[in-house]
Design a protein around this ligand. Structure first.
Ligand code: SF4
Ligand code: SF4
Length: 287
């Protein structure tokens, strides 16, 4: 029996991460950068994408905007587009190393931030090329589009023209935590990516109504473990100070990673490890 389109695309993404030698931390043992991905789908005319313009900033692209910008001569409607979103969970080895850290990232975590992101880009290229071969047009808004930009946002201070976490939220893959990370079925210690294509795929049902549904701070008023883990004072009960976080990442951790691990990189992720939402949706009775 033929696979459905959604199963075929899911297999393309999962097989790349599970079997390609490109999925590597580029360390001595050539360890895998990521575990088996989660995959979700949303439609180009999903009202959430219009709402992001209001919530994130008017510069945030709808799927139709980035698709039309990428293929200006091809006429298409928002409803003809599908957003294919994936979550790349960090491996147990990477999470375990970072759990022990309190100020700077472990080497594996920093490698996952830099070389893992290279894997994410290669996966996006693979998905786009596979779709193109099958006759579809596809673009990876943040990972491959030359138009992608970081912008200043009134609400978030720093935001971009395409948010992978917001695409994943729309595609049923998770909800936001106090620290802004997306809590998925495989937890918050992950990276994510997406492709917009003119292909019809049934959407993934969102098993939540609230964008903070899985975070214990918002659902129960408890936890705050990510606040305690942050070495930069960038997390408080009012949320995530992106400027403090970015300054810590791009100055302090960059110096540390470059001088200790012998490659040019940065990273932190302390708020993503050794917390109840690290590797799963936390149970509501978590103390
Ligand atoms: S560590 Fe706790 S408060 Fe922070 S995002 Fe996770 S569940 Fe929410
Ligand atoms: S990535 Fe690091 S600096 Fe940024 S919020 Fe998380 S723990 Fe704090």
């Amino acid at each position: 029996m033929n696979q459905s389109v959604e199963s075929s695309i899911e297999s393309i993404i999962k097989n790349f991460i599970d079997y390609s030698p490109e999925n590597t931390l580029k360390n001595h043992d050539n360890d895998k950068a990521f575990d088996t991905p989660l995959v979700g789908f949303s439609r180009g005319d999903d009202p959430l994408y219009e709402a992001y313009k209001e919530y994130v900033g008017t510069f945030h692209w709808t799927p139709l905007e980035i698709f039309s910008r990428s293929f200006p001569l091809f006429e298409v409607s928002a409803e003809d587009l599908t957003i294919i979103s994936w979550v790349l969970p960090q491996t147990e080895a990477t999470k375990s190393d970072n759990r022990k850290e309190t100020i700077y990232p472990s080497e594996r975590w920093a490698r996952a931030r830099i070389f893992g992101e290279e894997v994410n880009v290669k996966l996006a290229k693979h998905v786009v090329a596979t779709l193109q071969k099958a006759g579809f047009r596809a673009v990876a808004p943040s990972l491959l589009s030359p138009s992608f930009k970081w912008m200043t946002s009134e609400r978030f201070s720093i935001a971009s023209t395409w948010s992978e976490r917001h695409a994943a939220y729309a595609s049923g893959l998770g909800t936001f935590g106090l620290c802004d990370g997306l809590i998925t079925a495989r937890g918050k210690a992950m990276r994510c990516g997406s492709v917009v294509a003119n292909i019809k795929i049934p959407v993934t049902k969102r098993p939540y109504h609230d964008h903070h549904a899985y975070c214990l701070f918002f659902s129960k008023g408890t936890c705050e473990k990510c606040i305690q883990r942050c070495p930069a004072g960038a997390l408080t009960p009012t949320g995530h100070d992106k400027v403090k976080c970015r300054n810590y990442l791009l100055a302090d951790t960059k110096n540390y990673v470059t001088s200790h691990f012998n490659f040019d990189g940065f990273g932190c992720g302390l708020c993503q490890t050794d917390v109840p939402c690290e590797s799963k949706i936390p149970e509501k009775d978590t103390p």
